[in-house]
Design a protein around this ligand. Structure first.
Ligand code: SIN
Length: 287
């Protein structure tokens, strides 16, 4: 396997590897895992994975991480399809706001694996931002202040029953909203990656719905919770912390949800985009 960095911050390309041939006990799987953790996003071009192959490859990185709200592909309970038809230009764009996958769970997935089945000629890129780079660039005083903050994560803005009409616009995906989306989870705002030991600013504007900590009040004023949420969103998604991938059919991209957040761009009107997705179990984020 050869690894080539794609930016100076995050993102790398791995070549010379066939993901269908990796077993969980292989040295290759351990090397791949280390590369994903180190580079945060790893692009592996030229793969041809059936849903069964993708499930097997996912297991080489760890056990399945359950997917709430989104129904799996028939016969492949661990695989979901991310698809928008050419005839649905006005439809909701799945993954189209900055988020880290399912950060509202007690133990969010460590990795997500996305495999390009059908991609637009142009458009539909995905962008990732490094939450470790966003952490490392903080000034000391700001970092100290944020170290005492707890983030309240919830899927309420995305998967509560009020959003059912939005999700129903996508004919190729079966998304079932539920009252469960109103549940909340508290995770530290500054976390330590369990494998690399690097610190990250574990924030995303979609699932972090509130903040608790010394000096944070619920006001809309300059020192209040709303202002800090807005600042955190602007800071963590700044272009200098990002990597953008233009998809080709056969690409597999694996990313570390513990150190990145991402967004899918919705700029491919009249074209079809389909990818298959699996997720690998993680642990409770810890400071
Ligand atoms: C996702 O957020 O899981 C989907 C990302 C994408 O479609 O690019």
């Amino acid at each position: 396997m050869e690894i080539e960095c794609l930016t100076g911050i995050l993102g790398a390309r791995a070549t010379g590897i066939d993901l269908r041939k990796l077993g969980a006990d292989d040295e290759g799987a351990a090397d791949l895992r280390a590369a994903i953790c180190a580079h945060e996003v790893l692009v592996v071009p030229g793969q041809d994975l059936s849903p069964a192959d993708q499930t097997a490859f996912s297991h080489s990185l760890g056990p399945y991480s359950p997917v709430p709200f989104v129904q799996p592909v028939d016969g492949h309970p661990e695989v979901i399809r991310v698809v928008k038809e050419a005839t649905e230009p006005e439809a909701f764009n799945f993954g189209g706001v900055w988020h880290s996958d399912f950060s509202f769970l007690p133990a969010p997935p460590a990795f997500t694996i996305l495999h390009a089945i059908d991609v637009p000629d142009v458009g539909g890129d995905t962008v990732w931002a490094s939450m470790t780079a966003a952490h490392d660039a903080l000034e000391g005083g700001v970092r100290e202040r944020l170290g005492g903050v707890t983030a309240i994560h919830s899927a309420s803005a995305s998967y509560s029953p009020a959003q059912q009409g939005l999700h129903a616009q996508l004919s190729g995906m079966d998304i079932r909203t539920s009252e469960d989306a109103l549940e909340t989870q508290r995770h530290p705002l500054l976390c330590t990656h369990p494998e690399t030991g690097r610190r990250s600013l574990y924030f995303n504007g979609t699932y972090v719905r509130g903040l608790e900590g010394p000096g944070i009040d619920g006001s809309d004023g300059p020192g209040g919770e709303r202002a800090l949420l807005d600042w955190l969103h602007e800071w963590t998604t700044h272009i200098r912390f990002t990597f953008r991938h233009r998809w080709s059919k056969g690409d597999v991209v694996i990313w570390d949800n513990r150190s990145t957040q991402h967004v899918a761009l919705d700029d491919y009107r009249g074209q079809r985009r389909e990818l298959t997705r699996t997720t690998v179990a993680g642990s409770a984020p810890a400071s």
